[in-house]
Design a protein around this ligand. Structure first.
Ligand code: SF4
Length: 327
């Protein structure tokens, strides 16, 4: 998307040869060096290389599971032997649902959307609580089956591939393995809260064509109270800055009732400082759901006055691209 080149990122990584011969048997240092060199010498599509930069990424992502620090929770658990951390995701990824979906910005649809089970945040109002509560249920993400499903989605008109959940970060190994098997050239989008570690982003680098960054909270206290996350903002903003150096980013924020002054307004200011050239999309579709009914301020929809105030608060600080609802 960003550079106008024809091939999506994962195809370029798959076509980029690396100097290491035995990817699985290579030392960590040799693998990191091959990764670094491959990223510096990306080719624009073509036949898969053997081995390829994408092979190296898959192996790096597999090794990362042995002491998982793919998000700022930094659980350090060995997911390869069945341990689980905050997200509850094991070594395998599971898909809650997948479909050709139109609930996205017009130039990104139809999108083949893959809803992954498990998340690094526990937002009280999450509309997919089953994905949070059952991170190891659903259809296992097997690379060949994944590729066949996406191919079928293309047959139904999909123009993009959207990976969301949940959130993609805990599933990095499975997703890269799936992309390696993919034989249709779709731009890849991650829809994420940006609660991602530098390690996760470095391995993902080059395989994501657009980050749909759903920034949730404008201060750490609200992130702790509403999502059970310690220290959300600094790593999320750092992740945003990082990915904006190598791919496209769309900035999004769901306005929450009772959180315009503490979350929406300061977030707009921070996003203006972090990414002044990227416009912001303000979402107004909040409806109380699940555990949100236990929080008085979240147990209602936005009023017209809320909407007006949120737009004013953001417009005073950051350029707005659009305001509205997404299905
Ligand atoms: S992805 Fe994040 S929450 Fe899940 S185990 Fe790894 S560090 Fe913990």
């Amino acid at each position: 998307m960003r550079d106008g080149l024809a091939a999506p990122g994962y195809e370029r990584c798959r076509a980029t040869p690396v100097r290491v011969r035995d990817v699985r048997g290579a030392s960590d240092d040799a693998l990191s060096a091959a990764h670094h060199e491959g990223l510096a010498e990306l080719v624009d599509g073509g036949e898969p290389a053997l081995p390829s930069l994408l092979d190296v990424k898959v192996e790096l992502a597999r090794r990362a599971l042995a002491e998982c620090r793919l998000c700022p929770h930094e659980c350090g658990v060995d997911r390869l032997v069945g341990e689980t951390g905050f997200c509850g995701v094991g070594a395998r990824a599971h898909i809650g649902s997948q479909m050709v979906h139109l609930g996205e910005l017009p130039d990104l649809v139809p999108a083949y959307s893959v809803f992954l089970a498990g998340c690094t945040m526990r937002c009280l109002y999450c509309r997919k609580p089953d994905l949070l509560d059952r991170p190891r249920e659903g259809e296992p993400l097997d690379p060949e089956t994944f590729a066949a499903s996406v191919r079928a989605g293309v047959g139904e008109g999909a123009r993009t591939l959207k990976l969301l959940g949940g959130t993609p970060e805990p599933h990095l190994y499975a997703l890269l393995s799936g992309l390696r098997a993919l034989d249709v050239p779709l731009p890849v989008m991650w829809e994420t809260t940006m609660f991602a570690s530098p390690q996760c982003l470095e391995i993902a680098r080059g395989t994501v064509d657009l980050f749909i960054a759903n920034l949730r909270y404008g201060n750490d206290e609200c992130a702790r109270e509403l999502a059970g996350v310690e220290g959300y903002l600094a790593p999320a903003l750092a992740a945003l800055r990082e990915v904006s150096t190598w791919t496209d980013v769309t900035l999004r924020h769901l306005v929450l009732p009772g959180h315009i002054d503490c979350c929406t307004a300061p977030l707009a200011e921070m996003l203006e400082q972090a990414l002044p050239d990227v416009e912001m999309v303000l979402l107004m579709q909040y409806v109380p759901f699940g555990r949100a009914w236990g929080r008085p301020e979240l147990a209602r929809r936005l009023t017209p006055a809320d909407r007006e105030r949120a737009v004013e608060a953001v417009a005073a600080r950051k350029r707005l691209w659009s305001v509205g609802d997404l299905a």
